[in-house]
Design a protein around this ligand. Sequence first.
Ligand code: 5GP
Length: 349
Amino acid sequence: MRIEEEVKLDFKDVLFRPKRSTLGSRAKVELKRSYRYRHSGRSSESVPIIAANMDTVGTFEMAAALARHDMHVALHKHYRVEDYVAFFHEDNRARHRNAFYSLGITEPDLAKFNAVRAATGDAIEFVCIDVANGYTETFLDFVKRFREAHPNITLMAGNVVTADITEALILAGADIVKVGIGPGSVCTTRKMTGVGYPQLSAIIECADAAHGLGGHICGDGGCTVPGDVAKGFGGGADFMMLGGMLAAHDESGGEVVERDGRTYRRFYGMSSDVAMEKYAGGVAKYRASEGKEVLLEARGPVDHTAQEILGGVRSTCTYVGARTLKALSKCTTFVRVTQQINEVYGRSV
Ligand code: 5GP
């Protein structure tokens, strides 16, 4: 047994140190980023925030709404083939241009992808290969084989939290490594297994490893407020993926529940009992659920939330003197803190 003594950080452990700047207005801050991907050779220009591939977040409706902000969606993997085909066939490329097709590493997942791909030609630009534990040889092999079969697809793969495996995934064919084990709002991995890594440090360390090889990373999970999204970017994330912050909107999917005159939406982890009952016919005997279900008050159209998130990140940039999101990490000095927010009045009305 070994203990690593170095302190690792979560979003809640730091704040940005404000810096003098000559920036006029936050409206002038450019949030779009242009990337060229190591393996696919493709380029993209977008606001690099991705709605998570959960069936109560990453929907077709969410893709359409976030496309208006140049943001991304990772579609959940439970639509039918014909639905994906219709989506990626849409004449309006603007709607699906930023969408990631997500899959796991099972044979049925791959067969489904191949069927959609065969029917839609080159329409799918981004793919997300997603497993709970990205440390297995099976996963690395799958990424390698997928890359060989699809040299021109921009491939995101995860999840992992350390530099060594980030490098291995990039060398195996991933363009973007997805980073995060256990920080999610409806994730119970840390409770059930005791496994995890503080999310901001995971982002900082994996970004450093990826950037050295010309790869990119996506910080996935653990953002609760726009400031956390900014901290991820400040720590070096090229993309940030959000679940809970984009859940419970009109576009999020998730069953609507009326209770005591209030409207709620169900939001649950993709490894929760609910999800496994729905899609896998129950929790297999050898495993435990690693996600939970919550009821969130319905939040209306996602447009307003998207604007709040983008407004928050723009404002961070002005506080530290970054004219562009690209400059944010270079302008970032984090200060370690023991208190984040003054909670004396609880929630505002
Ligand atoms: P959030 O933004 O809600 O904090 O985190 C979203 C992320 O949580 C997702 O992108 C995914 O990586 C992770 N996640 C979603 N469902 C589950 C689950 O059931 N179990 C675990 N361990 N993680 C989940």
